[in-house]
Write a protein that binds this ligand. Structure first.
Ligand SMILES: [Zn+2]
Ligand SMILES: [Zn+2]
Length: 134
């Protein structure tokens, strides 16, 4: 199994995961848009047990978004790293932090009902008004 590595902008935080996402998709919810500062967030979901920090865990800050979801970011450079589903046991890795190309690509859009008003989605991928798709 190929291993994917990822890092934040300043390089203090490093992660690794197997190239084995359970799903990959784009989330257009307003919370992801705020947190990432982008039109939408591309994420890959993987079991939390398969997620490892390679360095810099002490630089990671956690924002408890809800009872179930924690958002992780580098407190040195502000890079958005992943969300963690606490009881769901999943890490949703922000694909923008990957240093190498995963085998698969995002295959759907969720929460398109709250997408950025200027954004046109015309990539032909499946769209869902809400989400998440499991
Ligand atoms: Zn950083
Ligand atoms: Zn979202």
């Amino acid at each position: 199994m190929k291993v994917l590595t990822g890092s934040c902008l300043c390089g203090k935080v490093g992660i690794k995961i197997p190239d084995d996402f359970d799903y990959m998709g784009n989330c257009h919810c307003s919370e992801c848009r705020k947190f990432t500062g982008s039109d939408y967030s591309s994420v890959g979901g993987i079991s939390s047990a398969k997620f490892t920090f390679t360095k810099g865990e002490e630089y990671v800050s956690i924002y408890p978004k809800s009872e179930e979801t924690e958002l992780a970011f580098c407190r040195c450079c502000g890079s958005s790293l992943f969300s963690r589903k606490i009881t769901g046991g999943k890490h949703n890795i922000r694909l923008g932090i990957l240093d190498s190309a995963p085998t698969h690509k995002p295959s759907f859009h969720i929460f398109v009902a709250s997408k950025a008003p200027w954004l046109e989605i015309n990539d032909g991928l499946k769209q869902f008004e809400k989400g998440p798709v499991k």
